[in-house]
Design a protein around this ligand. Structure first.
Ligand SMILES: [Zn+2]
Ligand SMILES: [Zn+2]
Length: 112
């Protein structure tokens, strides 16, 4: 229910010249019945560009990384490293093996 902004009387819906209006029963004030209605909010879905998927190599060791022996660190010749595999870019590209030296923290990679 709408009330007249001028005299606070009840507004009644009418059709005038094909337009729906609300007309005050007392003072005759008219308002457009459709005014102030909720308009459809256009939502734009954010599409991530393909380039954003390109992996930024993070030198943090992921939780799934395994400690492996027998891998020689190119920096300090330590023979133990954390090892994990990352599938970079698309599935048809080879996965990359990452190693992180448990001693000096150097990260290096190998392509399959
Ligand atoms: Zn009125
Ligand atoms: Zn090392």
């Amino acid at each position: 229910m709408k009330f007249c902004p001028k005299c606070n009387s009840l507004m009644t819906p009418r059709r005038i010249n094909g337009k729906s209006v609300l007309k005050c029963v007392k003072c005759g004030y008219e308002i457009d019945a459709n005014a102030g209605g909720k308009k459809d909010v256009v939502t734009t879905k954010v599409q991530h560009a393909e380039s954003e998927k390109i992996l930024v190599i993070d030198e943090e060791v992921p939780e799934r990384a395994q400690k492996v022996k027998g891998v020689v660190c190119p920096a300090c010749k330590n023979d133990e490293a954390y090892f994990w595999i990352l599938q970079t870019r698309s599935a048809d590209e080879p996965a990359t093996r990452f190693y992180k030296c448990t001693r000096c923290g150097k990260v290096w990679r190998e392509y399959e």
